[in-house]
Design a protein around this ligand. Structure first.
Ligand SMILES: Nc1ncnc2c1ncn2[C@@H]1O[C@H](COP(=O)(O)OP(=O)(O)OP(=O)(O)O)[C@@H](O)[C@H]1O
Length: 248
């Protein structure tokens, strides 16, 4: 049995999801009937041309955006029926995010930023654990630094540490290696792999980089708000070729 075949349960599922932005005169159909299932303990990269709907897919899957129609299941929870309060609770307990903009709080140190999701969820904060995660992302000597005292790549790693600290069932990441040099990117990709392998966490990641995408178990391709292909354990070359064909 392959690693992929062992994944039995579903972490996230989108069923016929449509998402329309804007009013009648200027409507954009960002997602146009998306059906996809992300198995527990799997790592999926989402790729596609600019404007194809990748971020919208991530936001709908994570419950940050309510789709215009269709259903989103997060584990056993149907997000369509969830109240704002239930959604907030789900996001705090079951979901981690890494955004392109990092979203760190400028007045807090790196370790305070990482500890924040635990505090918000009312969980006990172990500073040893927080510092271990910061050390894992290569910031063992930056615990007390504030975001403005860190480089863009270091801030991105704090954001990754913060998303990992609650050990979320699903981690959603938008360009998680976008601001990193190739060495830091490799460290982060190895961390993501270990989350999937040892803790059976699920990762859904948007990326423009074929090398990063090929680190995942599978790569989903979007075009004009529709899923047009899915490659299982592709090579960098296969990803590059498929993307080039879509962007042509
Ligand atoms: N808040 C919004 N209001 C109106 N249109 C939007 C909004 N957000 C996104 N869109 C439109 O929806 C479509 C999909 O956007 P989305 O950000 O999901 O694409 P993407 O594939 O992530 O793009 P990129 O690779 O450039 O980040 C685009 O045409 C975009 O202009």
């Amino acid at each position: 049995m392959t690693e992929l075949q062992m994944h039995t349960s579903t972490a996230v599922e989108l069923r016929d999801v449509v998402h329309i932005f804007g009013s009648k005169q200027a409507q954009v159909r960002a997602l146009d009937g998306v059906d996809i299932r992300f198995a527990r303990g799997s790592w999926t990269a989402v790729m596609g041309p600019s404007g194809s709907g990748k971020s919208t897919l991530l936001h709908c899957a994570a419950g940050l955006e309510r789709p215009t129609s269709g259903r989103v299941m997060l584990g056993d929870h149907d997000l369509a029926g969830a109240s704002e309060r239930e959604l907030t609770q789900l996001r705090r307990q079951d979901v981690g995010f890494v955004f392109q903009s990092f979203n760190l709080l400028g007045s807090l140190t790196a370790e305070q930023n990482v500890a924040l999701p635990l505090r918000l969820a009312g969980q006990k904060v172990s500073m040893t654990n927080v510092r271990q995660i910061l050390t894992d992302v290569g910031l063992g000597d930056r615990f007390r630094h504030r975001p403005r005292e860190l480089s863009g790549g270091q801030q991105q790693r704090v954001a990754i540490a913060r998303a990992m600290v609650t050990r979320p069932a699903v981690l959603f990441a938008d360009e998680p290696t976008g601001a990193l040099d190739s060495r830091s990117a490799r460290t982060v990709l190895a961390l993501l792999r270990s989350m999937v392998r040892s803790a059976r966490q699920t990762i859904v990641m948007v990326t423009h980089d074929p090398v990063v995408a090929a680190s995942a178990d599978s790569v989903v391709f979007l075009n004009d708000g529709r899923i047009v292909d899915r490659l299982i354990q592709p090579s960098v070359r296969e990803v590059t070729d498929r993307l080039a064909a879509l962007e042509a």
